[in-house]
Design a binder for this molecule. Structure first.
Ligand SMILES: *[C@@H]1O[C@H](CO)[C@@H](O)[C@H](O)[C@H]1NC(C)=O
Ligand SMILES: *[C@@H]1O[C@H](CO)[C@@H](O)[C@H](O)[C@H]1NC(C)=O
Ligand SMILES: *[C@@H]1O[C@H](CO)[C@@H](O)[C@H](O)[C@H]1NC(C)=O
Length: 288
């Protein structure tokens, strides 16, 4: 940590600096931010419930429309991820038996969308890099016998996801890598795979070059700087659409995953996220 960025954090942290538990400074963000999904320290859970307060994510979607985000999100008292530092806090997306969106009875889902993301918006053109970090909650483990979508960009016509960050056993594929996080392209081809770490933050970034239809993946553990781990590789990321981050748990035992299949009862699962933001990589810039 060099002095200049520490000063910047101290200046911007304000009252939050009094919190002792998240006392490390965030890594520098090197590029212009397009969508900032980092959660300022001391944000109230009810902040996420209405347009009047929620300036970060869409308060209405994508979830059981009757549930409030303040009932879905948890705020674990853990140290922030690499790009959160002391002035931003992690949040945990949870699912329960009630996590049914509209009439999609096969899925259990709750997904965050950036408030200003639009299917033809700035997240779909030029060169953009999506950052997120994940951490596992031992009290709310995922059941990796199932297929999970955790972070993805869904095409504007909803026909596919151009890029998908997944966990668990992918339906119709081998169970051998079910304990891995996987980044797949829209055809289901694996671009990168790494074991799920039960203890540490895992930091990911995906650079989406919409001009060249190329994807590059960056990864690190804990507070380490990101490194390129895959690509740039050709991937069809055309078709606009929106980002989503959270949990979409698919059922087992069906070919109609949206509506049918099996989900066990008394679900209590969560995925902790931190350091969520989309940056502009037009000049090749990626925050590491
Ligand atoms: C948080 O980070 C601080 C400083 O690095 C460390 O001393 C502390 O043990 C960490 N706390 C947790 C809960 O990991
Ligand atoms: C959605 O949440 C509401 C409020 O808790 C609940 O009453 C309802 O049963 C849930 N919907 C489904 C389909 O589970
Ligand atoms: C995990 O999912 C499988 C398939 O739905 C189910 O049979 C099993 O009971 C689940 N395990 C736990 C711990 O919930």
């Amino acid at each position: 940590m060099h002095g200049q960025s520490l000063v910047a954090v101290l200046l911007s942290a304000g009252g939050a600096f009094a919190l002792p538990s998240r006392a490390h400074a965030a890594a520098d963000l090197a590029c212009p931010i397009v969508f900032d999904g980092r959660i300022p320290a001391n944000t109230a859970p009810t902040f996420f419930d209405t347009y009047a307060t929620n300036t970060i994510f869409n308060p209405d979607y994508v979830k059981n429309l009757t549930l409030k985000w303040s009932e879905i999100l948890k705020f674990p008292a853990i140290n922030g991820s690499r790009f959160d530092g002391a002035d931003h806090i992690p949040l945990e997306v949870t699912i329960s038996d009630k996590s049914i969106f509209q009439t999609q009875n096969g899925f259990r889902r709750a997904g965050l969308q950036f408030l200003k993301d639009a299917s033809d918006g700035p997240g779909t053109v030029g060169v953009k890099t999506l950052h997120w970090s994940v951490k596992q909650d031992a009290a709310r483990p995922l059941n990796l016998t199932h297929e999970y979508l955790n972070v993805w960009h869904e095409a504007a016509d909803y026909s596919s996801n151009q890029i998908q960050f997944q966990a668990g056993q992918i339906i119709g594929k081998s169970a051998a890598d079910k304990n891995n996080f996987k980044v797949l392209d829209r055809t289901g081809k694996s671009l990168y795979s790494v074991a799920i770490d039960k203890t540490n933050w895992q930091n990911f970034a995906v650079k989406l070059d919409y001009n060249k239809n190329q994807v590059q993946i960056y990864y690190s553990v804990g507070d380490a700087a990101l490194k390129s781990v895959a690509g740039p590789t050709a991937a069809d990321i055309s078709g606009g659409g929106q980002f989503q981050l959270g949990i979409l748990k698919k059922p087992t035992g069906t070919s109609d995953v949206v509506n049918g299949g099996y989900q066990e009862k008394n679900l209590n699962e969560g995925q902790i996220y931190g350091g969520i933001f989309l940056e502009d990589s037009a000049d090749g810039c990626v925050s590491l």
